[in-house]
Design a protein around this ligand. Structure first.
Ligand SMILES: *Cc1c(COP(=O)(O)O)cnc(C)c1O
Length: 448
């Protein structure tokens, strides 16, 4: 065993980590599912807790030596319960996808019917998409958004009444409006289905009070801990009073589904970092953070629309914006993502409602404000960034994205060589670097 630090022990990996830190520092991170944790969270992640096995739950472990791990996990559980106002929390899921699979394991038998928002309408893979295990092992009946981008509640009700699902998911990875928890609960209750809320994207906004909480309406709530919640990668499974009322054993079923149903030993270093993040999330400063994240998102949406860009649902209620690029041509999402990356703005291509192209060459981009807000940016910066994005979109206007494979290959080649010469994008890149410098990220950490 070496006792030197990573720089001596493994310069190759150490260098790449430092480079990644510099990349995060010098670009505008606008992928809505990403964020920057505090130093305290980073510190907890890199601790000796990663050495420990602690299969089981506090007070009921299979291995010895868990006195302090028990203390840490109990603190994390109590903080999660208090913050979300629920009677039961499991903090062990490795991430959001395994947490969702634990929900299926607790509630369903293979082949049971489940409903979730369709992937290309903004839903998550684990809500029943065909290439996900959840679509392979269960009978998935997807619901959709209407042409205006809002969840089609009439369709949900019609499908639920006809298909009698065991459970219904509410939640998404690309949805810019408030989730209709109450309306979906009425539909689920009407057909005796479990309602499971996956609030991965908006958990921080719920805590800050800028999005309604699903807790009064859902039986189970899942959230990742690394998005607006600003913790380490991981997830929480919460059982509500409504859930326990329907099935007093639901908490036990969830715990058993996580371990031993799906997982072995929990990642105790992540559990500690989750505890730290939940502590941070209970402060007035975090409430302000959530409020500012939404204010920034609305300011950015305004800036983009003023400059002629079309947004799905014509705006946003949360931290996220979906730009409909069809006025520039169909399938332009990839060009937009590449052009913005050259300008120092990191977003992702995304499908739009009734996508006219394809999931791999979609017609939109998805962007969000959680990470920029963590850096301290506010409305004036959003106004600037809106102008950067709009100018960058002008640069992709001359190109097209053909549907036919051979023509597409040629078009992409032409785009790549053309766009890399854009002096406008280079100018914007200089401005985004300057903006990043004004809002330093992790100034305490080393420089490359
Ligand atoms: C991010 C996300 C997940 C999955 O989380 P991973 O940690 O990436 O597995 C599940 N559901 C929704 C709605 C998400 O946004």
């Amino acid at each position: 065993m070496t006792d030197s630090g990573i720089e001596q022990a493994d310069p190759e990996v150490a260098q790449a980590i430092l480079k990644e830190l510099e990349r995060q520092r010098n670009t505008l991170e606008m992928i809505p599912s990403e964020n920057f944790t505090s130093l305290a969270v980073l510190e907890a992640l890199g601790t000796v807790l990663t050495n420990k096995y602690s299969e089981g739950y506090p007070g009921k472990r299979y291995y010895g030596g868990n006195e302090f791990v028990d203390r840490i996990e109990t603190v994390a559980i109590e903080r999660a319960k208090k913050l979300f106002g629920v009677p039961h929390a499991n903090v062990q899921p490795y991430s959001g996808s395994p947490a969702n699979f634990a929900v299926y394991t607790a509630l369903c038998k293979p082949g049971d019917t489940i409903m979730g928002l369709n992937l290309t309408d903004g839903g998550h893979l684990t809500h029943g998409w065909k290439t996900s295990a959840t679509g392979m092992f269960f009978n998935s009946v997807p619901y959709h958004v209407r042409a205006d981008g809002y969840i089609d509640l009439d369709e949900v009700e019609e499908l639920a009444t006809r298909k009698r699902p065991r459970m219904i998911w509410v939640g998404a990875t690309a949805y810019t409006r408030e989730f209709p928890f109450k309306e979906l609960a009425r539909i689920a209750d009407g057909v005796d289905a479990y309602l499971v809320a996956d609030v991965s994207h908006i958990a921080g906004l719920i805590i800050a009070g800028v999005h309604a909480s699903p807790v009064p309406y859902a039986h189970i709530v899942m959230t990742t801990t690394h998005k607006t919640l600003r913790g380490p990668r991981g997830a929480l499974l919460l059982v509500t009073d409504k859930g326990l009322k329907r099935d007093p054993e639901l908490a036990d079923k969830i715990d058993k589904a996580v371990f031993p149903g799906l997982q072995g030993g929990p990642h105790d270093n992540n559990t500690a970092a989750i505890a730290v993040a939940l502590q941070e999330a209970s402060t007035p400063a975090f409430k302000q953070y959530g409020e500012q994240t939404v204010k920034n998102s609305k300011a950015l949406a305004g800036s983009l629309m003023t400059r002629g860009l079309k947004l799905v649902t014509d705006g946003t209620d949360n931290h996220m914006i979906l730009v409909d690029l069809t006025p520039l041509g169909t399938g332009m999402g990839m060009y937009a993502q590449d052009a913005l990356e050259l300008a120092g703005i990191v977003v992702n291509k995304n499908t739009i409602p009734k996508e006219p192209a394809s999931p791999f060459y979609p017609s939109g981009i998805r962007l969000g404000t959680p990470a920029l807000t963590t850096r301290g940016m506010r409305e004036p910066e959003m106004e600037m960034i809106g102008a950067f994005i709009a100018s960058s979109m002008d640069e992709i206007r001359p190109y097209t994205m053909p549907m036919e494979k051979e023509a597409r290959r040629e078009a992409i080649k032409k785009f790549r060589s053309g766009i890399s010469q854009s002096s406008k994008l280079k100018e914007i890149r200089a401005e985004t670097v300057e903006l990043c410098r004004r809002f330093p990220l992790y100034p305490e950490l080393p420089r490359a």
